[in-house]
Design a binder for this molecule. Structure first.
Ligand code: NAP
Length: 304
């Protein structure tokens, strides 16, 4: 056991996975949870998530040794303000937000003296949300980035690292600005592109809706999985990581124009070289153990 009592605020995909993984690794003596939504709290109780589902955030965090904020990025500040007076001295306050600069700015001012604020971000997720979406294996072999907010107590930091490792994750440290740029490349911009592609197909009436759905395995299907991600979460991500996302989108647009020109000018060499380079990136992801090399991501045939 690493912490006698932990509390999760926001009982969605990430919090419910943390609860399942912490139970699997026996990392906490008692697990408490709270969600603003009556429905989420009722579901959490029904499926036996954690030990106690509380009716207030204050009650959930009281006496907790580790408190993790697992709400959309735009709600982090309001939650921190509410729970701050009820945090135990010496407790670790962390979060799982997909953007770090904005969370540091929103939560930092409310952190009481004697509470260790250590932001984190597990690089793991699915397109599902809510308390039923969580599973113990979500963080296995995935990275969790710890983004310490300035001078950080080393014992508190080691404890949080051990907690994430106990849930199956690999842990790295990163500064907030770099984190937000890396994530703009690896996650935020790809999501925006997927949202756009699915939106384009929806708008293009020359291809009928049924054709788009029926022939989706040609590539479109993989965009639709990403574009089915939670609208609130992703709205907050783009509004909170504006600068880095816009920078990467600018580069993306320039590349897109370059490829567009190559197609128009029949520049097959450029296209071939480009696709050879991108294929090598896929290979490195597989070699790093971050995806399967089974054809079609290991999906079997889709049955009706
Ligand atoms: P989720 O499944 O939508 O869950 C979020 C939960 O928080 C919802 O039940 C929501 O209730 C609740 N909530 C919203 N405002 C709240 C408040 N003020 N107080 C208490 N509860 C509140 O989302 P998630 O995917 O677990 O994401 C949670 C966090 O993890 C986000 O910051 C996200 O950026 C980050 N993250 C997500 C992923 C991913 O792939 N999903 C990966 C890594 C990190 P309502 O539904 O009623 O609003």
């Amino acid at each position: 056991m690493i912490y006698p009592r932990i509390a999760l605020i926001g009982l969605g995909l990430i919090a419910s996975s943390i609860i399942r993984a912490a139970e699997r690794g026996r990392l906490a003596g008692e697990i408490r949870g709270y969600d603003l939504s009556d429905e989420a709290r009722a579901t959490a109780r029904e499926i036996g998530l954690g030990d106690v589902i509380c009716d207030s955030a204050e009650e959930a965090v009281a006496e907790a040794d580790l408190v993790i904020l697992a709400v959309p990025v735009g709600a982090m500040g309001a939650v921190a303000e509410k729970i701050a007076p009820h945090l135990k001295p010496g407790a670790v306050l962390s979060d799982v937000g997909s953007v770090k600069g904005s969370v540091l700015a929103a939560v930092g001012p409310y952190v009481p003296e004697g509470v260790h604020f250590i932001p984190a971000h597990p690089l793991a997720g699915t397109e599902h949300s809510g308390p039923r979406a969580g599973f113990a294996e979500l963080f296995d072999n995935r990275w969790c980035l710890i983004v310490p907010a300035g001078e950080t107590d080393s014992q508190a930091l080691e404890g949080l690292k051990a907690f994430w490792e106990g849930m199956g994750a690999h842990v790295d440290e990163m500064d907030p600005e770099h984190h937000d740029l890396v994530l703009a490349v690896t996650s935020h911009t790809p999501h925006l592109i997927a949202y756009t592609m699915v939106g384009v197909a929806d708008d293009l009436r020359r291809v009928t809706d049924s054709e788009v759905i029926k022939y989706s395995a040609a590539g479109f299907r993989d965009f639709t999985r990403i574009a089915a991600s939670d609208p609130t979460m992703w709205r907050d991500v783009f509004l909170s990581n504006k600068q880095a996302t816009l920078e990467i989108l600018q580069r993306f647009t320039e590349e897109l124009f370059r490829l567009q020109r190559a197609i128009r000018r029949d520049d097959g060499d450029l296209l071939h070289d480009y696709f050879t380079r991108t294929r090598a990136i896929r290979r490195s992801i597989i070699e790093a153990g971050q995806d399967t090399d089974a054809p079609d991501f290991g999906r079997g045939a889709v049955r009706k």
